[in-house]
Ligand binder design. Structure first.
Ligand code: PLP
Length: 283
């Protein structure tokens, strides 16, 4: 497997993390994950726009241009020969003797890797998956795609331990999002999802569902808060994300959602998402 360090191709086996990288010691950095389909990086502009926003929110200087980052993604695809995969990118505040406050005159550090992913949708996407409602124990800046993922990691494990695919987080009685995905419910044929704010990540897939897919399918979307009971009594529910794509959630806490199988609206949204990929990635 290959990766990239500050613009240069490296072997992923190399020990490239210095002890005093702030990403390593404080989780002081940001990341993005993009999917590669047929040798093309999907929705890269939206991911890079969000990356620059995350950097700005943490006052980490952007030392790579948009064009450079696009080029690095293409380079990893070319050098690895991977046609279908996922690219991970992270930028940390840099390497400096350990102290909480920001270091001065330190250059942020960029690392990237590419891994193959099957081009065939897995069972969860085809047959639907189970969700578990769990308390949202994360910090209050979930809008920043930061390296601090402990809340998400613990939440995902809680779901896995219960035999579920995703943990659907609930804060103060309100359903926020999955541990690595956004959450949608369908009621009276209307799509509901938590509004964009500090409590959720503005997912690229979420944005595509709201701005491209729903209008094309003639679906109404409301970005409004809703509670657990609302979610449990929905017609259909699904999660959206770069890796999850559109994954139907057919049960919540062991109870079927709707009739407990993939619903027709989720099906249409999934097909429309794959069509967007086909068009952009020339599949
Ligand atoms: N919400 C959280 C907490 C995530 O970690 C992710 C993706 O990893 C998402 C939502 C979905 O974002 P995207 O569609 O950009 O992958």
């Amino acid at each position: 497997p290959i990766g990239l360090l500050d613009g240069k191709i490296i072997d992923l086996q190399e020990n490239i993390v210095p002890m005093e990288d702030r990403g390593h010691q404080f989780g002081d950095g940001v990341y993005e994950v993009t999917k590669v389909y047929n040798g093309y990086c999907f929705a890269l502009k939206l991911h890079l726009d969000r990356l620059y926003r995350s950097l700005r929110e943490l006052t980490i200087p952007a030392v790579y241009t948009y064009e450079e980052l696009v080029e690095f993604h293409a380079l990893l695809i070319k050098e690895s020969g991977i046609k279908d995969g996922a690219i991970y990118l992270q930028i940390t505040r840099g390497v400096s003797p350990r102290a909480h406050g920001f270091p001065e005159q330190v250059v942020p550090r960029l690392t990237m890797s590419i891994r193959p992913v099957s081009a065939v949708p897995d069972k969860n996407k085809v047959e639907g998956a189970k969700g578990l409602l769990i308390p949202d124990e994360r910090w209050l800046r979930c809008d920043i795609k930061s390296l601090n993922l402990l809340g998400n990691v613990l939440g995902k494990q809680k779901a896995k331990d219960a035999g579920c695919f995703e943990g659907i987080q609930v804060r103060d009685g309100i359903v926020t999002e999955g541990t690595s995905s956004n959450f949608f419910v369908i009621k009276d044929d209307v799509l509901w999802t938590h509004p964009t704010c500090n409590l959720i990540l503005t997912g690229v897939t979420r944005t595509l569902v709201i701005e491209k897919i729903a209008p094309e399918l003639g679906l109404i979307v409301v970005e409004k808060k809703f509670d657990e009971e609302f979610a449990k009594s929905a017609q259909e529910t699904f999660v959206s994300g770069t890796s999850s794509e559109i994954t139907p959630i057919i049960a919540l806490n062991g109870q079927p959602v709707g009739n407990g199988s993939v619903g027709p609206i989720t099906h249409k949204i999934q097909d429309a998402y794959w069509k967007l990929i086909d068009e952009e990635c020339k599949r």
